[in-house]
Ligand binder design. Sequence first.
Ligand SMILES: NC(=O)C1=CN([C@@H]2O[C@H](COP(=O)(O)OP(=O)(O)OC[C@H]3O[C@@H](n4cnc5c(N)ncnc54)[C@H](O)[C@@H]3O)[C@@H](O)[C@H]2O)C=CC1
Ligand SMILES: O=C(O)C1=N[C@H](C(=O)O)C[C@H](O)C1
Length: 263
Amino acid sequence: MSTSERPEPETDAAGPTRVGVLGAHGRLGSEVCRAVEAADDLELAARVGSGDDVEELVRAGVQVVVDVTHPDVVMDHLRFCVEHGIHAVVGTTGFDDARLAQLQEWLDASPGTGVLVAPNFSVGAILMMRFAAQAARFFESVEVVELHHPDKADAPSGTAARTARLVAEARREAGCPPMPDATSSGPEGARGADVDGVRVHSLRVRGLVAHQEVVLGAPGETLTIRHDSLDRVSFAPGALLGVRRISGRPGLTVGLEELLDLG
Ligand SMILES: NC(=O)C1=CN([C@@H]2O[C@H](COP(=O)(O)OP(=O)(O)OC[C@H]3O[C@@H](n4cnc5c(N)ncnc54)[C@H](O)[C@@H]3O)[C@@H](O)[C@H]2O)C=CC1
Ligand SMILES: O=C(O)C1=N[C@H](C(=O)O)C[C@H](O)C1
């Protein structure tokens, strides 16, 4: 084959993927913007902040959006993106089954568009959730303690809520009995929130970033699985993985683990 017959590498022919960041000036958004700017195969085509017009995404020819805004606004953004055939990687938390069902409905009407909803982009956190779900059936008790900075809008964290659901699902599948708890009095909230039958405790403390412990107990032993995001740089590789893969995954994907080869 002569040089002139060789096909151009795909990235050169297609050019870099045009990325728009919603929530670009926030704590996570600015980290995502930095990571996109540093990647040769991606171009930061739009930084959208509060009060900016989302139509900017269309004007800028954005192909993939990263939404890292607020639970109150994320659904409006996603409806707009899906209607315009823009793929989305969603780091914003606050998703429940009703929201996911709504999103699925919009996606059904826009074949070819992909949305990834990932409550945590850090690989360590994904593994923590996986290990907790694996361990859950071997212990009588499982509780989740999440610890975050006090500027966080939602509690429990999206990661903690997902961990609790994964633990609950694993225990149901294994036929585990309800967890022991003799508490019969005390102020409301003392035992944390009940997420799918699993207790979740939320701490908001200045100086922290994002941390979680899953504490499992059986007679005579405990196992604690802990993850710490010490810096928001921990979220960047997972967010970029989502950006690079989502156009090849039409429909709804929940959890970054779907893009990792976890076996
Ligand atoms: N999936 C993950 O790995 C992670 C998810 N998060 C989640 O990401 C979200 C954002 O977290 P932070 O960056 O800490 O919050 P933040 O408050 O620092 O940033 C949010 C940004 O969104 C902007 N914003 C609000 N409404 C907007 C709108 N309509 N259009 C465009 N921008 C808008 C705000 O002005 C702010 O700059 C939260 O839901 C948080 O739980 C945070 C860290 C990691
Ligand atoms: O708001 C944050 O900071 C974080 N939010 C996500 C969550 O709610 O799980 C991910 C991580 O914990 C940081």
